[in-house]
Design a binder for this molecule. Structure first.
Ligand code: ADP
Length: 551
């Protein structure tokens, strides 16, 4: 395919007259601090809220860079963060890559052995951790005490870590300017591991160039559309694919940047939205479901909040409708760690203006592709599938901010990447004639029943429209006759009551019989990955003998 993204490079063409100054995080930083010196960074910090200007942020980033150099951090070294969304984490986001080192944002919700594994795999020299996470860091460190790693505490620790350095002490007295080096735009800037929904965590090393291009792309008005006048609250963790690029896109546009730290409970989110007049936020559906429930229960609205970007897992249509009724525009987006992560955003295309029926259909989908992403849909034989809104295929992607391999993991790379760079997303989708992509399911989550494929996502979306259900997770269980049959694990809303028969009866005019779960199982909570996605493999394991035991 000869396109903009072609790997064929023509030789001997006329060299341009343009500057080839490297793209990178420094360019974002210098612009932000110079163009918007008075814009605010606001962060919870223990019981307090701290606020300072971009200009002051610039000075602290310089101090941190000096401190890192004094600790012996050299270009190419990996520096880990183990932290919530807070101002010190944001400082690391800039200072570490701007001295040529690599910030490894560790997922704080992984189990200690997984944390120990990725700290080791990444070869981290220093771990910067939030004081409130001391216990988890200690637990991971106890598994590899000989690593020789340094630890730096951010904030006041209740149970200090032996030998850990203190962040503020390191910064104090350091110069407030730094002579930033020029860094090759292809050099690694950030390292992030996938959340392991479908296997071991795999590392993706983002370059300065990919980070810069991704930041520009997410700011486009028909992508996230972050604006200078926004007060941006990233709820999506900075340990999860760079908070979808918000720390870069947000500062690039000059938005005020509000950081919630550990208060991700609905009351905490609502309080911050009200106190700080947040206009824009982003996060996974579960957070917004909880916020919606509280807003509805209290008859409250958040008038300043204009837009939410929701992704990471499918946005249930009922949630989108409820948020809209509360006056909040909810925009569905899809992405992956390997894509930096934004792949699609559900922008509203002008072609739909006079087609109300189509508008309704399209708004729930994952959205239209980012201009920096090239895509294909293929069938099991690798043939291209038409973009007709009906034909399903696995989605393959390539692009300026898409990985071409995993970090130091040849086996996983071989499985997921084609030699010419196409990445197998593992998502099965349709793309319609207007360009809207819809995820039908993950390849591994499809339920194969009697020769038919059942989309677990479709059944979940239907179930989540039931008034008594807080959450529903649908998965396949081996079945002696049908190969697999769908089973739904559901969580009831507090004060609601419904039994299996009632839910199955409610489903009869909503799903075909063969799509309808054979069993509805009531559980306290759905097991989740570190970033809040349903952990279906755990449920599949837990109930794998449900039909065989029953004979
Ligand atoms: P992991 O692959 O370990 O879950 P990622 O965080 O990179 O780690 O997750 C990417 C995957 O999450 C996608 O391949 C897709 O299956 C799912 N996903 C992300 N956004 C959405 C969305 N809006 N709708 C449905 N699935 C989504």
């Amino acid at each position: 395919m000869a396109t903009l993204f072609s790997s064929e490079v023509l030789g001997g063409t006329l060299p341009s007259t343009m500057s080839d100054q490297p793209l990178g995080i420094r360019a974002i930083f210098e612009h932000a601090v110079r163009a918007h010196p008075r814009k605010e960074i606001v962060s919870r910090d223990g019981a307090a809220v701290v606020r300072f200007t971009y200009a002051a942020f610039g000075r602290r980033v310089a101090q941190l860079a000096h401190a890192l150099r004094a600790l012996g951090v050299r270009p190419g070294d990996r520096v880990a963060s183990f932290a919530w969304n807070g101002h010190r984490h944001l400082e690391l986001y800039y200072a570490v890559p701007m001295i040529g080192a690599v910030l490894h944002t560790v997922n704080i919700r992984l189990f200690p052995d997984q944390v120990a594994y990725i700290l080791d795999h990444a070869g981290d020299r220093i771990v910067f951790y939030d004081a409130s996470l001391t216990k988890a860091v200690k637990a991971a460190h106890a598994l590899a005490p000989e690593s020789g790693r340094m630890f730096v505490t951010m904030g006041a620790a209740v149970e200090p870590f032996d030998g850990a350095l203190d962040y503020e002490t390191l910064l104090a007295g350091e110069p407030e300017t730094y002579d930033w080096p020029e860094i090759d735009e292809r050099a690694a800037a950030l390292l992030c591991y996938t959340s392991a929904t479908t296997g071991d965590p795999k590392g993706v090393l983002f370059s300065h160039r990919s980070t810069y291009i991704h930041a520009l792309a997410i700011c486009l008005p028909d992508a996230m559309g972050i604006r200078e006048r926004d007060r941006l609250l990233p709820i999506v963790p900075m340990f999860h694919v760079n908070a979808w690029g918000a720390p870069f896109g947000g500062l690039l546009t000059g938005a005020d940047f509000i950081l919630p730290m550990e208060r991700l409970d609905p009351a905490g989110v609502i309080e911050l939205c009200e106190q700080e007049q947040v206009t824009f936020s982003a996060g996974v559906p579960t957070v917004w479901m909880a916020v919606r429930d509280v807003l509805k229960a209290q008859g409250k609205k958040l008038p300043a909040l204009r837009k939410l970007i929701i992704g990471g897992s499918a946005l249930p249509p009922a949630l989108l409708d409820d948020l809209e009724a509360l006056g909040i525009e909810a925009v569905h987006a899809w992405g992956m760690t390997e894509m930096s992560p934004i792949g699609t955003v559900n922008t509203y295309l002008s072609e739909l203006d006079d087609k109300p029926e189509l508008q309704k259909r399209e708004r729930y989908k994952q959205g239209v592709f980012s201009p920096i992403v090239q895509w294909r849909l293929i069938d099991e034989l690798g043939n291209d599938v038409p973009a007709d809104g009906v034909s399903r295929g696995e989605l393959l992607v390539r692009g300026f901010a898409v990985a071409k391999q995993y970090y130091d993991n040849a086996d996983a790379t071989e499985l997921a990447f084609e030699p010419d760079g196409w990445f197998h997303t593992g998502d099965v989708c349709t793309v319609d004639e207007y360009g809207y992509m819809e995820i039908v399911d993950r390849v591994k989550d499809f339920i194969k029943s009697g020769g038919e494929w059942i989309s677990s996502v479709e059944v979940e979306n239907t179930l989540m429209g039931h008034p008594s259900l807080k959450e529903a997770c649908v998965f396949g269980v081996p079945h002696p006759k049908w190969q697999e049959r769908p089973v739904a694990a559901v969580v009831l809303r507090e004060t609601h009551d419904a039994d299996e028969a009632a839910i199955l009866a409610w489903l009869t005019d909503k799903l075909a019989k063969w799509q309808t779960p054979d069993r509805i199982i009531f559980i306290e909570a759905i097991p989740r990955t570190g970033v809040g996605k349903f952990l279906k493999r755990e449920l599949r394991e837990r109930y794998k003998t449900l039909f065989t035991d029953a004979g």
